[in-house]
Structures are given as structure tokens and as C-alpha cells.
Design a protein around this ligand. Structure first.
Ligand code: PLP
Length: 370
């Protein structure tokens, strides 16, 4: 029996994190001004190949500001995948608009572009494309639909730093994108987020909104209702150090996913998230869906927990949550329902060893009754 528990996620610091954070303390630049904010923003924009990057408190407010900047509000509809983290839907609700849910496609579990067009109405203003668990959504199809119907596209790239579609980094494809740096993400600032865009006006507006809406030249003049959504210099210091090592972090996630794939390759009913041709998966989490003939997902997770292995169930789809169930409007979401009930994330943090992965796979295969 193992004494060490294997978690799903854990931050890993292999760079200048301590040095940069200590520098903030020593220089007393601990609040939302300071050199690390600018450096982190600049380096993150380079990383995404976008013109602008705006550091904020977390990924949720990054989405919120994106919607405000695009002028989305009461009476508008925003199309989102039902299978996503709750923040995607909540941000639409924050601005008084209505989230319209669309089912997933069965391979990557991302929003199904073929079902998007049926959901478009005269009120639709935007599509939020979520890159779930690290595999990019079908951005080519989504951008085409958006162009045809004159819609904005926001990428919810909270889980997909470093992923790409046909050589284009996620975050640089839609009109605006939001990233999260929560403690379990590919790179972390504890809590934190980033908005990226190539649009100068949107960038300027979001910068103003994140700092209470203050006029950029006239101090204490507030021409709009803004927010305090600023990131601190300490968070940015941590983020910059993490970003300097992002290639290493991404390589570890890929190594982990490939090792799991190797160990589980003979079990056809264990469906790992793929990496479709033309896409680069960030492999934020190694994720799988259990085939219909395999045991109950929650029992499997429980039995793994008893052996010291933490796993995570997939998100509940938005259309089953109490505050959004009435918006389903009798629509069915068979893929999201099945994937949500049969899906789980395996331990995926950057310093997970091959021995750990072997142990997880051996336990999983046994629990599944193979
Ligand atoms: C898909 C998705 N969107 C949005 C968020 C919100 O990010 P945060 O937790 O930083 O607010 C998360 C993350 O946690 C997420 O996974």
C-alpha cells in the first residue's frame, strides 16, 4: 500500500519564481504597479502571437471584460458549449445576456460546429469557443460560421496555453481570448488571468475597464463604470518566471499524456482525448472517457482514491445546473451528457514520474476489471 497520494494537479516551480517574488518584496512593489506586470504582459503577447495582452485577477474576469468590451448585454445571446467550466456561462449571465448551449462533438468533446448554426438567432452576438482540457475547438469552422453571421468569437483558452490550430496559437484566432493562471493550470500565478487580442480599441477599453474605468490621462476622472480587476506585481512576477519555462511545462504535459497513451493503448474502451491532425493539444489534463461497457465512473474514481490516486470527474454540462436548466428549452445534449458522466481527468501535474503513471494505469486497468 502506498503512503504517498498522487494528486491530479500541483504547481511546479523550476525557474526564477522565488527570485522574482522576493524582488517584489524587497523593492516593496507588491501591488498592481511594477515592472513584472508589463514584462509578463509583453512576453505573454509574444507567446500567443497577439498584439496585446492584459493581465487581470483571474480567468473569469478576463471573460467578463471581453464580453463588456464587445458591448454584449441584456437581450443578447451568446453561444457556448454546454460542456464547460461554469465560468464560461456565468460571464454571459454577469452582463445580462443569455447563454445558449450547444452539444459537444464526440471526439474532442469540444463544441460541435455542426450544431452551432441551428442555435443562431437574430439576437446572437458571439460564440465562446472553449478549448476543453487542452484540445483546441474547431476554430476553422467556428470562424467561418462567425464570419457568415457577423458574430464575435471569444476563445476561452483558460486550459489551453500553448495549444494551436494549423500553426496558429490559441488566443490569436478569435477576436479576444481569455486565459487562466489558477494553481492547477499549465502555468500559474496562484490566481490570475490574461486577455489577449489584436484589436487596439478593444485592448484600450479593457485596460481602462480593469482599472475602475479611470481616464488614461485625467487622474480620478471616471467616465464609465469600471472594475478593479487588476493583477498584482507579485502574481505577475510568478507568472513571468513560469512563462520563461513554458516550453518545459508543455513538454512535461505532453510526456505525461504520451506515457499514459502508451500504457493504455491496448484498452480500446478507455478513450483518451486525442490530438487531431492539424491541432496541438496543450494536454492540460490527461483526460479520458470510459466506454459504455466499463464500470460506473464514480465507483472507479472511488476505488482509485482508496489506492492513493486522486482523479477528477468531468464538468457537469451547463444545461443541468439549477440556474441554467430552464435555458435548455427542451433541447437534448446527448454527447455532453454521456461524456460528462463517463469522463475523468487523471493526475497530470508537470513533475509526475513515469513510475507514478505506471502505478495509476495498473490500478485503473485493474479497477476497470480488465
Ligand atoms: C474553461 C474555463 N473557463 C474559465 C475558467 C475560469 O478561470 P479562473 O478560475 O482563473 O477564474 C476556467 C478555470 O478554471 C476554465 O477551466
Amino acid at each position: 500500500m502506498r503512503t504517498r497520494r498522487i494528486p491530479v494537479a500541483a504547481p511546479v516551480f523550476v525557474g526564477n519564481e522565488k527570485q522574482y517574488v522576493n524582488d517584489c518584496l524587497e523593492t516593496t512593489w507588491i501591488s498592481s504597479a511594477g515592472k513584472y506586470i508589463q514584462s509578463f504582459e509583453q512576453k505573454f503577447a509574444e507567446f500567443c502571437n497577439t498584439k496585446h495582452a492584459i493581465a487581470v485577477m483571474n480567468g473569469t474576469v478576463a471573460l467578463h471584460l471581453s464580453l463588456i468590451a464587445l458591448g454584449i448585454g441584456a437581450g443578447d445571446e451568446v453561444i457556448i458549449p454546454s460542456l464547460t467550466y461554469v465560468a464560461t456561462a456565468n460571464c454571459v449571465a454577469y452582463v445580462g445576456a443569455t447563454p445558449v448551449f450547444v452539444d459537444s462533438e464526440p471526439q474532442t468533446w469540444n463544441i460541435d460546429p455542426e450544431k452551432i448554426e441551428q442555435a443562431i438567432t437574430a439576437r446572437t452576438k458571439a460564440i465562446i469557443a472553449v478549448h476543453l482540457y487542452g484540445h483546441p475547438a474547431d476554430m476553422r469552422a467556428i470562424m467561418k460560421i462567425a464570419e457568415r453571421h457577423n458574430l464575435y468569437v471569444i476563445e476561452d483558452a483558460a486550459e489551453a496555453h500553448g495549444a494551436s490550430v494549423e500553426g496558429r496559437s490559441v488566443g490569436s484566432i478569435g477576436h479576444i481570448a481569455a486565459f487562466s493562471f489558477f494553481g492547477n493550470k499549465i502555468i500559474t500565478t496562484g490566481e490570475g488571468g490574461m486577455i489577449v487580442t489584436n484589436n487596439d480599441q478593444l485592448a484600450q477599453k479593457m485596460r481602462q475597464l480593469k482599472g475602475q474605468g479611470v481616464d488614461p490621462v485625467r487622474r480620478y476622472w471616471f467616465p464609465m463604470i469600471g472594475y478593479n480587476y487588476r493583477m498584482t506585481n507579485i502574481q505577475a512576477a510568478l507568472g513571468l518566471a513560469q512563462l520563461e519555462k513554458v516550453d518545459w511545462h508543455l513538454a512535461q504535459r505532453r510526456r505525461i499524456a504520451q506515457t499514459y497513451r502508451q500504457y493504455l493503448k491496448d484498452y480500446d474502451d478507455i478513450c483518451l482525448q486525442p490530438e487531431l491532425p492539424g491541432y496541438v493539444n496543450s494536454y492540460w489534463m490527461t483526460s479520458l472517457v470510459l466506454g459504455d461497457n466499463l464500470p460506473d465512473r464514480d465507483r472507479v474514481m472511488q476505488q482509485l482514491a482508496e489506492q492513493g490516486i486522486e482523479t477528477r470527474p468531468f464538468f457537469y454540462p451547463m444545461h443541468v445546473l439549477p440556474m441554467y436548466a430552464n435555458l435548455a428549452n427542451g433541447k437534448k445534449f446527448p454527447i455532453a451528457d454521456r461524456v460528462s458522466m463517463r469522463g475523468m481527468n487523471l493526475p497530470s501535474f508537470a513533475s509526475l514520474t513515469e513510475e507514478d503513471i505506471h502505478y495509476v494505469c495498473a490500478c485503473l486497468v485493474k479497477v476497470l476489471g480488465y
